[in-house]
Design a protein around this ligand. Structure first.
Ligand code: 13P
Ligand code: SF4
Length: 301
């Protein structure tokens, strides 16, 4: 493995590339990356980098979002067919139909969607700024929120006066975590602060002390005096937390694994940097139409 890591470093310098990795990727991928983070942080980094090539270690919508923000750059996906299950639940065609059914609604779309779907949104958001994005809209605007019904319900509960129509999508990995799963891990670690990702169901979110994006969780654990935490999200987050906060302990629901994220390995990164394969290409009209909603998202931190 040391050989592959060294080869990646060489190729990265030759190509003037930056490697971005999501918090759910495997430990070896996180360790080779220049930046590891949540969807919002990585999108902002992709929009600001001076590198000519962005290697995006994440599911395909993440690379597409980077391309929308930096169309002049080459964006490579080490495993282009690693697809987020939730993004596959909201086609551009279905979204266009829904827009026709709700002509006066503002379409707020979670970043976990295809570029084509984004081209039919008014504003995008991530789990890190969804509440801020919806709060920023005019009070009497109706919101059509797509595609995560759990994140949508969470916002709707926090903003009870806001009229919201929710799409019926979800992240299967977070959605299948039950209240019993969470109760068990909380009971095993009494006194440990607990937190969950807003892609979890309402009954799960109601059980924890804090709800936030993966990076919000890291911030919470960093500033807390506690040394043990219950973390209800995908297990890749453990490596990020343990690397940043050595000495603290993190307890997960071990079945919460995003298989598409785990498909990305060092060999894939080396290969795409070597032969420049896995390039994200998007139609110019999709980039143009998706740019405004995605830029608005990155401006709301
Ligand atoms: P974050 O933006 O919180 O990292 O979440 C991304 C994601 O895909 C969660 O399942
Ligand atoms: Fe998509 Fe769920 Fe994986 Fe996040 S954890 S990338 S929402 S499938």
């Amino acid at each position: 493995m040391a050989g592959t890591a060294e080869r990646i470093r060489q190729l990265k310098a030759e190509r003037n590339a930056v490697i971005l990795a999501h918090n759910y990727t495997s430990p070896e991928v996180q360790d080779i990356a220049d930046l590891v983070g949540d969807s919002l942080g990585l999108s902002i980094a992709a929009s600001r980098t001076d590198a000519e090539v962005i290697v995006f270690c994440g599911v395909s919508f993440m690379g597409e979002t980077a391309k929308i923000l930096s169309p002049e750059k080459t964006v490579l996906l080490p495993v282009p067919d690693a697809i987020c299950d939730m993004a596959a639940m909201c086609s551009a065609e279905d979204l266009m139909k829904a827009r026709e059914e709700h002509p006066d609604s503002v379409v707020v779309g979670y970043v976990n969607t295809t570029a084509e779907a984004k081209s039919h949104m008014d504003i995008c958001c991530t789990s890190g700024n969804a509440l801020k994005v919806v709060s920023s809209l005019a009070e009497d605007d109706e919101v059509l929120f797509v595609p995560d019904r759990n994140l949508g319900s969470y916002i709707s509960k926090r903003l009870p006066d806001r009229r919201m129509v929710l799409w019926n999508g979800c992240c299967p990995i977070h959605d299948r975590i039950t209240a019993d799963d969470v109760r068990r891990v909380i009971e095993e670690h009494p006194g440990a602060p607990s937190m969950a990702h807003p892609e979890c169901r309402t009954e799960v979110l109601d059980m924890v002390g804090f709800v936030g994006s993966t990076e919000d969780m890291l911030r919470f654990c960093r500033t807390s005096d506690a040394d043990e935490f219950v973390i209800v999200t995908e297990t890749g987050m453990r490596h990020r937390l343990e690397s940043e906060l050595p000495g603290k302990r993190f307890h997960f629901i071990e079945s919460a694994v995003c298989e598409p994220m785990k498909r990305i390995g060092l060999d894939d990164i080396a290969r795409c940097l070597d032969d420049m394969s896995g390039e994200v290409t998007l139609p110019a009209d999709v980039i143009t139409a998706a740019q405004n909603p995605v830029r608005r998202m990155t401006e709301m931190k």
